[in-house]
Design a protein around this ligand. Structure first.
Ligand code: NAD
Length: 500
């Protein structure tokens, strides 16, 4: 059984609070370790370490900071397989998907290697006689990240890779369900040359988070997780004068036009609805068939969902692993029960799935479920389920179809499958969702673009990574400079205006 630690000021340190949480191996159902839940004073210690590291790190040349990122990229890339295994064991997603989780995080590190370009300011020569005006980007200070269980490598790297490259120092509070990868990556960043205190990892729960939200030394908070907590994080952090970006839950729709290639649609739905057991904020969880095509899609999907290979995360045969905890599995089951009660047609029922492989009988497995004839007023449709469940709705035409995601409270991702360029273009223009795929089921933007949903899927106005990430983690200073004559011109009592 692993006893996890924190990583503070360049060292792994034991928890001192006396409070612990269980870390499970969802494939076997066993408790694999105990994670310490940090007390207020332990989090304050991490913030103090980050604050004292800030003075030197923010003055370290931007080229040197970029070189630390290059080295970190190299070290972590060399360990990608091991990191993926670590992650797959604690999370339950299959190994190839877990390695993808690490890789998508490393893509942001790669983006952060180019930070000298993004830190460049603007310069206007001779805006008035002998006066130049220029701007510079400055880091904020100590920044904090609070992250979800479902992308334990990628989401933290969205945040700290950009923040640290910009010259900030960072306190990460990863999910208490799968902390190993963050702890290991912090060691690697340190090994790559980031001085002690630049990245600290404190494990914990609400008690730790509340310190990060209220301590005056923390200047910015990035959060990714469920919507109720995102709202709490956003309102508390901003009330304490911090910048905050808080990403929340999702219900992502795929619109299937009558002219779509249905083989392509079925493949796309199997991967995007059931991959990672549906525990992705960009999973397609609702499909809207237009003009009767939905009936054919359900007919084609049914045998594919029934045939999903569900098993241990490290088993090369598995297409889908278990859910993250028994509690989460029970919650997903509750939503399937609710959908049936509400009158949706359960075409494939995965509630009784059992893994028969020896040693894995007690894992948190759940079979793929497929609902047809789902209606927008159903609560099981309005809520995020976050499990291997696809809900199919039907619309008579394009206008009725696009109204369905537009009226949903969430607006994270969406996709349209069609051969009609006009429908695709109109959809991209009119849909009230932050990230749109055209014949692409999971349109997660690459690191040099930016990730963020709309409506109840995100609070705050700046997205993760890309240029928006750099803007979030820096503040602009604008300098007006006059050499050398102005000094001899005497006092002026009017606001400066342009003259020649
Ligand atoms: P969660 O909201 O339960 O937890 C997220 C983080 O918040 C964890 O670090 C957790 O320890 C902390 N936390 C939990 N309860 C808290 C409380 N009361 N006060 C303060 N902090 C608290 O989310 P999760 O179950 O870990 O992750 C799944 C959710 O994350 C889903 O809703 C999913 O859609 C969402 N998600 C969103 C995105 C996105 O970019 N929009 C990406 C990934 C996941």
């Amino acid at each position: 059984m692993t006893e996890f630690r924190h990583f503070i000021n360049g060292e792994t340190v034991e928890g001192r609070s006396g409070r612990y949480g269980d870390v499970f191996n969802p494939s076997t159902g066993e408790v694999a370790g105990q994670v310490p839940l940090a007390s207020k004073s332990e989090v304050e210690g991490a913030i103090a370490a980050a604050e004292s590291a800030f003075a030197d790190w923010s003055r370290t040349s931007v080229v040197k900071r970029s070189r630390v990122m290059f080295k970190f990229l190299e070290l972590a890339t060399n360990e990608r397989q091991v990191l993926g295994e670590m992650l797959a064991v604690e999370h339950g997603k299959i190994l190839s998907d877990a390695i993808g989780d690490v890789q998508r995080g490393l893509d942001v590190v790669e983006f952060a290697c180019g930070i000298p370009h993004f830190m460049k300011g603007e310069f206007s020569d001779n805006v008035s006689t002998n006066i130049d005006m220029y701007s510079m980007r400055k880091p904020l200070g100590v920044c904090a990240g609070i992250t979800p269980f479902n992308f334990p490598a990628m989401v933290p790297m969205w945040m700290y890779a950009v923040a640290i490259a910009c010259g900030n120092t960072f306190v990460l509070k990863p999910s208490e369900k799968d902390p190993s990868v963050s702890l290991r990556l912090a060691q690697l960043l340190h090994q790559a040359g980031a001085p002690a205190g630049v990245l600290n990892v404190v494990n914990g729960d609400k008690e730790a988070v509340d310190v990060l939200l209220t301590d005056r030394r923390v200047k910015a908070v990035s959060f990714v997780g469920s919507t109720a907590i995102a709202q709490y994080i956003y309102s508390t952090a901003t009330a304490h004068g911090k910048r905050c970006q808080a990403m929340g839950g999702a219900k992502n729709h795929m619109i299937i036009m009558p002219d779509a290639d249905l083989d392509q649609v079925t493949d796309a739905l199997i991967g995007s609805a059931y991959g990672s057991a549906g525990e992705r904020c960009m999973a397609i969880s609702a499909a809207v068939g237009v003009g009767g095509v939905g009936e054919e899609v359900v007919r084609m999907l049914k045998p594919r969902v029934e045939a999903l290979k569900i098993g241990p995360s490290l088993d090369a045969e598995s297409e889908m692993g278990p859910l993250v905890t028994a509690a989460h599995r029970d919650k997903v089951k509750g939503y399937i029960d609710l959908g049936v009660e509400e009158g949706a047609e359960l075409v494939v029922d995965g509630r009784d799935f059992k893994c028969n492989k020896q040693g894995y009988e007690n894992g948190y497995y759940f079979g793929g479920c497929l609902f047809d004839k789902v209606r927008p007023e159903m609560k099981s449709y309005q809520d995020e389920i976050f499990g291997p469940v696809l809900q199919v709705l039907h619309a008579e035409d394009f206008d009725q179809a696009i109204a369905i995601p537009n009226q949903h409270r969430y607006g994270n991702g969406t996709a349209i499958f069609t051969r009609d360029g006009d429908a695709a273009r109109t959809f991209a223009d009119k849909v009230e969702v932050g990230m749109v795929g055209i014949n692409v089921p999971i349109p997660v933007p690459l690191a040099f673009h930016t990730f963020g949903g709309w409506k109840d899927s995100a609070f705050g106005d700046m997205n993760q990574h890309g240029e928006a990430g750099v803007r979030f983690y820096t503040k602009v200073k604008t300098i007006t400079s006059r050499w050398p004559k102005g000094i001899r011109e005497g006092a002026q009592f009017v606001i400066p205006t342009l003259n020649d």
